[in-house]
Design a protein around this ligand. Structure first.
Ligand code: 13P
Length: 254
């Protein structure tokens, strides 16, 4: 596929995989995807598997991401993990503000913005998630909600930092439900997000930012969604847990 921006396909493993299972999965992905140069490939295991997976992806096409991080430096924050700790395992990306974090752990746009700044301070690339609920979409508020999330979650970033930030549009109603946004619905929101970035950071920055789609991406729908002009990749949940389905998504996008 000929795209303006290099595609990025990331697997969000969520709270899945023992260390042994994570090693099996990453070994399979490295084997299957060894020759893929056209797409940036990222896997985001749980914290407990980062060390083992980091050793497996050394000198391969596969890059490592984390699923969240704390915005503070070292100190008394029981249960948390900061950017410096992630860097020890050669983590390059970190998912921030996933809808599950917003919903279950009360993450706000302001908090996500702090995390994004802390990630950049450690040279980690944030994958900042936004997306509306079904009720918000049905009330005609999708763009208003997403506009607020984009402006709030990216507040304070410099233009240079924004260029190194990835956005993931994940409609909450499409996550784990088997319902995907149509490619037209995805394109409409992705374009809206890019226009919002133009207002915030200017045209040349907005053109460089990759905006991923997430929500029930599977081998069968990946190509259609990623063929949209403003869809620059995918953030994959369930289908990232098996070698076959994740590698097929990557291969089908080329
Ligand atoms: P599913 O692909 O399982 O719908 O999950 C999407 C997601 O939340 C990725 O972050």
């Amino acid at each position: 596929m000929d795209k303006e921006r290099k595609l990025l396909i990331a697997g969000n493993w969520k709270m899945n995989k023992t260390v042994a299972e994570a090693i099996d999965l990453v070994d399979g992905l490295v084997r299957e995807l060894a020759n893929v140069k056209e797409v940036d490939i990222v896997v985001c295991p749980p914290f407990t598997a980062l060390h083992a997976v980091s050793k497996k992806v050394l000198d391969t096409q596969v890059r490592l991401g984390a699923q969240t991080m704390n915005e503070n430096g070292y100190g008394a924050f029981t249960g948390e993990v900061n950017a410096g700790m992630l860097k020890e395992f050669s983590v390059r990306y970190v998912i921030l503000g996933h809808s599950e974090r917003r919903q279950y752990y009360a993450e706000t746009n302001a908090l996500i913005a702090k995390k994004a700044l802390a990630a950049h301070a450690a040279a980690l690339k944030p994958i900042v998630c936004v997306g509306e609920t079904l009720a918000e979409r049905e009330a005609g508020k999708a763009e208003a909600v997403i506009g607020t999330q984009v402006k709030g979650s990216l507040a304070g970033l410099s233009a240079a930092q924004m260029e190194e930030t990835v956005i993931a549009y994940e409609p909450v109603w499409a996550i784990g439900t088997g319902k995907t946004a149509t490619s037209a619905q995805a394109q409409e929101i992705h374009l809206f997000i890019r226009e919002t970035l133009v207002q915030m950071f200017g045209e040349s920055v907005a053109k460089k930012v990759r905006i991923l789609y997430g929500g029930s991406v599977k081998p069968g729908n990946a190509r259609e969604i990623m063929s949209q002009p403003d869809v620059d990749g995918a953030l994959v949940g369930g289908a990232a847990l098996e070698v076959r389905s994740f590698s097929d998504i990557v291969k089908n996008s080329i």
